[in-house]
Ligand binder design. Structure first.
Ligand SMILES: [Zn+2]
Length: 348
């Protein structure tokens, strides 16, 4: 069968192999026919040789961690043939740490977790894959065109789950949300904000392309000014750019009892001049919270499946700006100027 592979640590080793062995039985009882694999920044880092780890004893890694497939068989009886399914990316560490021991692998303490298509587990960019039932998430049959968005949605479902847990430390009636960065994560974070009945603002530097219309399609307001020039103080911020100045600006911009969730990752190495004392005053005197959020556990994946099922399917489809057949894999992994989400499609 076909599989998209890299040699981790070697730049531009991306390849489509035609003779990949069938998935091994020990990978899980649920056998799945691949429908689609979404592509994100992590894939580009892996292809650049900056990230990624092959399974033990192998020198190649099948990539792809944003999955959608159809169940072929599951002798355990948990999933039925024909079910739409996505595979959970992260698996708990083997120790396990206190968090992994209770299924909170998204909060792993020792870093020994594994991840499909990223870290020591084969990915989903292959014609067929296997997974254990507890890591298989069933999707509403209506999501066949957009279910590949489940993985990025799980990431924002976790962010919202933690924002709400933090918010309820005291009386909490949020009204205004600011999302910085209108990529797939930012747009899905904004979607989940609108599903909560909040007033949503999205800030991005792009003045054209598909982003302004996608934001308008949510009933949210699109801004291209700097954070400091926004005419309001948000109750909640979800920062998805990882751009150092934006990160610092939103921490100062949040209103009293504001919650700032950092979901973007900076590349680091850039020094900027900043008044740390002023930020300290802001956070203390306004009871503000800044926290980081990454990955998702089973509960968040199930929340994400509900969020997608309850969303406007046409809007979700418009997030997928390119669908590329697997045989043209190199095109799929070459970024385009108006890409939001690019998806690699496996022919049925
Ligand atoms: Zn752990």
């Amino acid at each position: 069968m076909r599989a998209v592979t890299v040699k981790p640590g070697v730049a531009n080793s991306l390849n489509l192999v035609e003779d990949q062995p069938e998935p091994a039985a020990e990978e899980g009882s649920v056998l799945v026919e691949a429908l689609a694999v979404g592509i994100c920044g992590t894939d580009h880092e892996i292809i650049a040789g900056e990230y990624g780890e092959a399974p033990p004893g192998r020198d190649h890694l099948v990539i792809g961690h944003e999955s959608l497939g159809r169940v072929i068989e599951d002798p355990s009886g948990t999933m039925q043939p024909g079910d739409l399914v996505a595979g959970i990316v992260r698996h708990p560490d083997p120790v396990p740490c206190p968090n992994c021991a209770v299924g909170e692998w998204d909060m792993c303490r020792n870093g020994q977790y594994t991840e499909h298509g990223i870290k020591a587990l084969p990915g989903f960019a292959r014609d067929r894959w296997r997974i254990e039932p507890q890591f298989a998430v069933a999707l509403d049959p209506a999501l066949a065109q957009v279910g590949v968005l489940l993985e990025p949605t799980s990431v924002v479902a976790k962010a919202w789950d933690h924002i709400e847990r933090i918010g309820h430390r005291a009386e909490w009636q949020p009204q205004t949300v600011l999302v910085t960065g209108a990529g797939p994560i930012g747009l899905l974070a904004a979607l989940l904000a609108t599903q909560r009945g909040l007033t949503v603002h999205v800030l991005d530097r792009n003045t054209d392309g598909p982003k302004p219309e996608l934001v308008a399609g949510l009933g949210a307001t699109y801004h291209t000014v700097t954070v400091n020039d926004l005419p309001f103080e948000p109750d909640v911020v979800i920062e998805c750019t990882g751009a150092p100045t934006v990160v610092l600006d939103v921490m100062c911009k949040a209103g009293p009892t504001g919650i700032v969730c950092l979901a973007g990752v900076s590349s680091g190495g850039r020094t900027i001049n900043f008044d740390a004392g002023a930020l300290n005053r802001e956070l203390v005197l306004e009871n503000n919270v800044v926290f980081g959020s990454v990955n998702a556990n089973r509960r968040h994946w199930d929340m994400a499946a509900q969020a997608l099922a309850g969303a406007d399917q046409v809007w979700l489809e418009s997030l997928i700006t390119r669908r590329v057949p697997v045989n043209r894999y190199a095109d799929a992994y070459t970024p385009g100027p108006d890409d939001i989400k690019v998806v690699l499609e496996f022919a049925s």
